[in-house]
Design a protein around this ligand. Structure first.
Ligand code: SF4
Length: 373
């Protein structure tokens, strides 16, 4: 059952830290882009023989910049061409400054049942440093508007380790977010991506580089605080009330298939991986044909096994050796025994029924994952 992802690459502005496939100033292209999505989805559906799906995720970019009717049209073409199960999780990413009661009520009517709200911070100075277009008060209002519009499954995205942010500041942001009682929180340590405005500001010494030790303290604080507030830590950066883990993202970490529609979207079908051209204008020109494919590869079994490890270990449940054996017909220790022994030896992994990250392993996740690549 593939997950379906739809990419909307439009934003009001480019945030200072962002290296996603997103573009400001393309309002005039919205209509043509929706037409292109409709033709790509219709063309792909024929290949996938009306496959069933239990999760649709509309991400970006800022999908809530579009009119609800445009989102509704995309959802309708998915429903016409795939079998969307009755309790499917249907998410959309939403930025606070783009939200109104009318828009969210229309999105609910169109079938969206989960909102992922990009707060990033609840401190106005840090929001400005990040180049966000909303204030903390707007974010809190937007959350209340979403509840008022009937959303019962809301996730809040937050970033910690922002230059100049103290542990006390992060603790306050987290406390304010928890007070809203969201079903899900994603908390990411800030990474400085190359080519971003934030990287340039750091290179020019206009902004200080995030402190890695402080970021580690913030992550440990986040884990404790959200645990005490009743959230399950189910993936390195993700926390959910029981029953509200994101089905869509779990498909990725569990190695499931996914179909990505839109500019720059990635797909996986068995061992095949392919991705669309990233630029919206090129995508619009080519969406209905294979000319939209920018890259296509067939993974080897070794690649699949590596991926199963570094994606599976992102989950706090870790990797189950029996499931690994059943999937690849090889014992996990015959493939990765040396790396596993080393990582258990230095306290980054622990072996019970499953192989999992320790708290130290969570802090040093990239070091763990690099051993399986
Ligand atoms: S709103 Fe999101 S996708 Fe758009 S520029 Fe900001 S971080 Fe990037």
């Amino acid at each position: 059952m593939p997950a379906i992802y739809v990419h909307i690459p439009f934003c009001k502005q480019k945030c200072a830290y962002c290296d996603f496939n997103s573009y400001p100033g393309l309002d005039a292209a919205h209509g043509a882009y929706i037409d292109a999505l409709v033709s790509e989805i219709s063309a792909e559906a024929a290949r996938f023989n009306r496959a069933s799906t239990n999760t649709i995720y509309i991400g970006g970019g800022t999908p809530t910049l579009l009119a609800p009717e445009q989102i509704g049209r995309v959802l309708n073409v998915i429903k016409e061409n795939f079998t969307v199960v009755s309790d499917a999780e249907i998410s959309i990413e939403a930025n606070p400054e783009t939200i109104t009661h009318e828009k969210l009520a229309a999105l609910r009517d169109a079938g969206i049942n989960r909102l992922s709200m990009g707060f990033q911070s609840l401190d106005d100075e840090l929001l400005e440093l990040l180049g966000r277009k909303h204030t903390a008060a707007q974010a809190v209002d937007a959350f209340r508007v979403a509840r008022g519009a009937g959303f019962e499954n809301i996730s809040i995205d937050l970033i910690f380790g922002i230059p100049g942010q103290s542990l006390a500041n992060w603790a306050l942001t987290l406390e304010q977010a928890i007070a809203l009682d969201p079903e899900h929180l994603s908390c990411y340590g800030l990474t400085i991506e190359s080519g971003t405005a934030l990287e340039r500001a750091i290179d020019e010494s206009a902004v200080s580089r995030p402190d890695e030790d402080l970021q580690a303290d913030m992550l440990l604080y986040t884990m404790d605080s959200l645990y005490e507030s009743g959230y399950e830590h189910y993936e390195i950066s993700n926390y959910a009330k029981p029953g509200f883990a994101c089905k869509h993202n779990l498909t990725y970490w569990d190695g499931g298939d996914y179909l990505g529609f839109g500019a720059g979207a990635h797909s996986k079908a068995g061992r095949a991986r392919y991705s669309n051209v990233a630029e919206p204008a090129k995508y619009i020109e080519s969406a209905g044909s294979d000319a939209r494919i920018a890259e296509s590869v067939e993974q080897s079994v070794a690649d699949e096994m590596s991926e199963a490890m570094f994606l599976g270990l992102r989950k706090m449940d870790g990797v189950n050796p029996e499931e690994f054996h059943a999937r690849f017909d090889q014992a996990i220790d015959s493939v990765f025994g040396e790396a596993i022994e080393d990582l258990v030896g230095v306290g980054l992994l622990v072996r019970n029924t499953n192989l999992r990250l320790t708290p130290k392993g969570i802090l040093l996740g990239n070091e763990v994952f690099s051993r399986f690549v």
